[in-house]
Design a protein around this ligand. Structure first.
Ligand code: PMP
Ligand code: GLU
Length: 430
């Protein structure tokens, strides 16, 4: 009788090299860990995941209920309902003075899918993507899935986590195919101003001129800009500006946005991209194979969000600002905690390298990941290591939670750091 198991069974591997090499999403991993600990009865304050704790505004929920009653139950066009895409065309025109055609707008299952669509649509293996650090956690995994290479441009707390035009220019090589960034930035909250974007645009335009003579040597000379504007509504200074408003940029920029942050709709999974027509067509082709389209009911809700009153969004932004102010005030005197004031989004991103030489459980803390371990074990506060965002001296705390939680979390962190301080055999730098 033939044996039921192959003699080589122990060597069989069902999963791909692609998955084996792919890094896990650190935000989601920490959120899962913190959930498990909470289920086991530990009192954890979860500052790992960035999601608004507000309810989705009532008029958006009502539109979704109405859509259920109206039997919006069939597949939608791959790129989304026409009226919804038209709402984005109008939004781009009104808010960014950017004239786009309907075919350039594609709705997807979260901005996350919008991003991976664009990356897979544009990048060939070996292409380089310029990634100003700190960058959002999933960009590197997505670049990896597209078999491209992330070229990380480091920044520091002193520069407010911003990359100069000179640094950007220095990183461009003949293989550069894309610049990918978020503004307001997750995790640092840094928010690019019009003049700063203009300086980047100057570099990119210059690059295009330089590339003109190299065009015969290279199949794709342009650097496509992917501007992730998902935090557009959560900014505390000037109004939102986009790189598409810089001269020469509109035709070579993809704007990615979504409903998760500004409308408290993370679970509804709705994002969109506005892309040059050939990129948009490629995204539709990919999405047609991946998901057919995103959820019909969620799309009807998104229409209500985009066409409806913005009062709830403004109210949420005001509350995020108050929380930011509170979190900055509460953490101001924490030792070894160097945190620029975020201008947007809802995260603190302190540099905590000061603590790396401090002893915990018989060895130095050593790195940011172990610092997050320490904070989880000793303060019962879940945070995410800066490594995941390209800044290994930092940790990220989501402050999209109540003021009570922010205060309690900082109080716990303070006590834990005091213990670390007294346990530190050498004593940290003063
Ligand atoms: N970009 C950034 C910068 C983010 O922080 C997030 C957070 N979820 C996303 C994209 C993806 O958003 P979603 O898929 O929920 O629309
Ligand atoms: N954008 C959120 C964050 O950065 C959600 C988590 C995720 O999508 O990875 O925490």
């Amino acid at each position: 009788m033939p044996s039921q198991t192959s003699p080589h069974a122990e060597n069989l591997q069902w999963t791909s090299k692609r998955v084996a090499e792919l890094e896990e999403s650190q935000t989601l991993a920490m959120a899962a860990r913190s959930r498990t600990l909470a289920e086991q009865g530990f009192d954890i304050i979860n500052l790992s995941l960035g999601e608004p704790d507000f309810e989705t505004p009532a008029h958006i929920k009502e539109a979704a209920c109405q859509a259920v009653h109206d039997n919006y139950s069939q597949y939608t066009p791959v790129a989304g309902y026409t009226d919804l895409r038209q709402a984005v065309v109008r939004k781009m025109e009104n808010e960014l003075q950017w004239q786009v055609r309907l075919e350039q707008v594609i709705f997807s299952t979260g901005a996350k899918q919008s991003l991976i669509n664009v990356l897979l649509a544009v990048l060939n293996p070996g292409d380089e993507v310029l990634l100003p650090a700190p960058y959002w956690v999933s960009y590197t995994g997505m670049i990896q899935m597209a078999e491209a290479k992330a070229v990380i441009l480091p920044s520091s707390a002193e520069s407010g986590y911003k990359i100069s035009a000179q640094a950007l220019e220095a990183a461009i090589t003949p293989r550069t195919r894309m610049l990918l960034f978020s503004s307001p930035c997750n995790p640092s909250g840094a928010t690019m101003r019009q003049e700063e974007l203009e300086a980047w645009a100057v570099v990119l335009r210059k690059q295009e001129e330089l590339e003109a003579w190299a065009v015969v040597l290279r199949k794709h000379p342009e650097i496509l800009v992917v501007s992730d504007e998902i935090y557009e509504h959560i900014r505390f200074k000037e109004k939102h500006c986009s790189i598409v408003q810089c001269e020469g940029m509109a035709s070579r920029t993809v704007v990615v946005n979504g409903m998760s942050k500004g409308f408290a709709m993370t679970g509804w999974r709705l994002g969109y991209a506005v892309a040059p027509p050939e990129v948009a067509n490629a995204c539709v082709k990919l999405q047609g194979q991946f998901t057919s389209a995103t959820c019909s009911i969620a799309q009807r809700a998104a229409l209500a969000a985009l066409n409806g009153p913005m009062d709830d969004t403004h109210r949420m932004c005001k509350t995020f600002r108050q929380r930011r102010d509170l979190a900055i005030a509460e953490t101001a005197d924490l030792p070894g905690w160097d945190c620029p004031v975020p201008e947007g989004a809802f995260y603190l991103f302190p540099n905590i390298a000061y603590w790396f030489t401090a002893q915990w459980q018989g060895k130095p803390i050593g790195n940011a990941e172990r610092m997050t371990e320490f904070l989880l074990e000793e303060a019962r506060v879940a945070t995410v290591s800066g490594d995941a965002f390209g800044s290994p001296e930092c940790i990220r705390l989501s402050i999209a939670c109540s003021e009570v939680k922010i205060k309690e979390a900082v109080a716990r962190i303070r006590i834990a750091l005091q213990q670390l301080h007294t346990q530190h055999s050498l004593g940290p730098r003063s």
